[in-house]
Design a protein around this ligand. Structure first.
Ligand code: ZN
Length: 456
């Protein structure tokens, strides 16, 4: 049941080998998928495709089981004790007695692969369209489905078995971007219901506050209740369905999925954390920055030392070291570029970088080497893809649209603020209010006794 009782399963390289097995003897007596109609080209992806992919399934996808969903015994990208250099490219569902349980297609589509292979057992691959594929391993008997069959979300694929594995479990893989990138199945299905259950309300617009007692509180929407999430918290960062928090002892923690999901330990001796999709950047108390791609990856990549401030967004990481803003984009091993000196605050969003230096704000848009556009006086800056927010004294001014639009005063007495999409959160004293939509929309009360705020 635990992964280390299984035979070494599929490393990326082993999957590639399996791919060639597919064209050979392993499919005796089975429909043999050909390269043309079976796997999408490039699936399994190669090593370079391990970039942060953290998408969530559109409405219409479901869990591979009816309720209750079996526990996840080995999450995506967890490391196997037996093959510790190889990430786990799928999600394993397992409990004592799971053998023979029905499992189902996670979405509508067409069967594009069916076979049997040494480390996979009987398996099925489904093309869901839009470049999304799923694959189901370890059946003891072949699925009744055949290549070319259409399936709906919730169509029976087969029964959980142990063929090609040490213990009975379902190994589910999800690939996106036309099958060129693995993606966490847990994240993909994090907002999808069990087969036969109604779809939950989408989790989209989360707001967070740390209160004066150190409690991290979250709120899913304007109408949702305030939910206490964790005690003794000093810093918070949120992106999509992921929230990361640093406690007063330096422990960094991650909660992914619903607010009732368990926290996962990320790092110790931390003073700040930034989340960008499946990427985690930690500023340690000694000023060193470490980053990793994948919550369960054990590969921390040292970034840089002497750092006082971090941010991460849309594949970029920014740090302030000795007052100098440095930004890299792409892999964790990319080169740093020097951006601006004397920086006291900065923000990253999409292809925008904003800095505050010498009491004034500047923003650049485009590649890392584009020019800076002067904004106005400020002490704090926040960005979205089409808004720039500046806090100057207690006055919050926002410009919407391009970098040359005019400013609108949105709040006259703000002590801090946050921007995300078309949302604006303002802390005024200890009260946090949020507006959604136009700059002149009305405010909704969100949190009390707040000392820090964040939006996902
Ligand atoms: Zn597995």
């Amino acid at each position: 049941m635990s992964e280390n009782r299984q035979r070494p399963q599929l490393s990326r390289r082993a999957l590639l080998t399996t791919g060639s097995l597919l064209a050979g003897a392993a499919l005796v007596g089975l429909e043999r998928p050909t390269r043309a109609n079976a796997w999408p080209a490039g699936w399994p992806p190669d090593a370079s495709d391990y970039a942060a992919v953290d998408r969530v399934a559109p409405p219409g996808f479901v869990q591979p089981f009816t309720a209750p969903i079996p526990r996840i015994s080995s999450p995506y990208r967890s490391y196997r004790t037996c093959q510790c250099s190889n990430p786990h490219v799928g999600t394993d569902y397992n409990y004592d007695g799971i053998r023979g349980r029905e499992f189902y297609s996670i979405g509508p589509g067409r069967v594009v692969a069916k076979g049997d292979a040494s480390a996979m057992g009987y398996y099925i691959g489904i093309d869901h369209g839009d470049g999304v594929f799923s694959r189901y391993l370890h059946m003891d008997v072949p699925s009744a489905l055949n290549i070319g069959d259409s399936v709906a979300a919730g169509t029976l694929i087969g029964y959980v078995g142990s063929r090609g594995a040490g213990a009975a479990h379902l190994h589910l893989e999800v690939c996106v971007n036309n099958g060129t990138q693995y993606q966490s199945p847990e994240v993909w299905l994090s907002n999808s219901p069990a087969v036969g259950e109604p779809a939950p309300t989408p989790v989209a617009e989360r707001s967070f506050s740390i209160n004066t007692a150190g409690t991290l509180e979250g709120k899913e929407s304007a109408l949702a209740p305030v939910v206490p999430l964790r005690e003794n918290i000093a810093a918070v960062s949120a992106d999509g369905l992921t929230v990361a928090a640093v406690d007063i002892w330096g422990g960094a923690w991650v909660l992914r999925g619903g607010f009732d999901t368990g926290w996962v330990g990320l790092a110790s001796n931390a003073q700040d954390v930034a989340v960008d999709g499946d990427r985690f950047v930690v500023l340690h108390k000694d000023g060193n920055v470490m980053a990793k791609d994948g919550l369960f990856s054990s590969t921390w990549v040292p970034q840089i030392g002497g750092v006082s401030q971090i941010d991460a967004a849309n594949g970029r990481i920014g740090v302030v070291a000795g007052g100098l803003l440095k930004v890299k984009e792409g892999t964790l091993f990319a080169e740093w570029t020097n951006q601006y000196g004397g920086v006291t605050d900065f923000a990253l969003h999409g292809n925008r970088i904003g800095v505050v230096s010498g009491g004034a704000a500047y923003v650049k848009e485009g590649n890392l080497f584009d020019g800076w556009v002067p904004m106005a006086g400020a002490q704090r800056i926040e960005l979205t893809s089409d808004r720039v927010g500046l806090l100057n004294g207690s006055s919050l001014d926002i410009k919407a649209g391009n970098l040359f639009e005019g400013w609108e005063n949105v709040a006259p007495s703000a002590s801090d603020f946050a921007l995300s999409g078309n949302r604006i959160a303002v802390r005024s004293g200890g009260s946090v209010v949020v507006k959604t939509g136009a700059l002149n929309a009305g405010w909704n009360g969100y949190f009390a006794n707040s000392v820090k705020i964040a939006l996902n």
